[in-house]
Design a protein around this ligand. Structure first.
Ligand SMILES: [Zn+2]
Length: 116
């Protein structure tokens, strides 16, 4: 995949995530997450789980956005497409499926096994 194509796709992903995060933050009840819920209300439980769900989606959207931003900065540094752990080239097919991939498929499991 051409780096310019990858950059365009990553910028679109970043913009999508920005919109998702903005919408979710707008839906979040209360000015401070996890605070200010009515403790004696029958709805408190469902409100809390709803907020937890929103918070979990927000977290994963922020994680994805971090990964996309990291990939964009690798393009700027001319190291895009190389595994951040071993420096080998990430296969084209993986980058096509995940333009924000930072590692080769085998690498995360290899590193995880090392900690057993
Ligand atoms: Zn690697």
């Amino acid at each position: 995949m051409e780096t310019t194509v990858a950059q365009k796709r990553l910028e679109e992903m970043r913009d999508d995530l920005d919109r998702t995060i903005a919408v979710l933050q707008g839906e979040r009840p209360g000015p401070v997450a996890g605070a200010g819920y009515p403790q004696d209300s029958a709805d408190a439980g469902s409100m809390l789980s709803e907020a937890d769900r929103t918070e979990a989606i927000l977290d994963s959207a922020r994680d994805q956005r971090d990964g996309v931003l990291a990939a964009l900065s690798r393009i700027e540094e001319d190291s895009y497409g190389q595994c951040v752990d071993c420096g080998h080239e990430i296969p084209e097919g993986r980058l096509d499926a995940r333009p924000d991939a930072a590692r080769r498929v085998g690498c995360p499991s290899k590193w995880a096994k090392r900690h057993r």
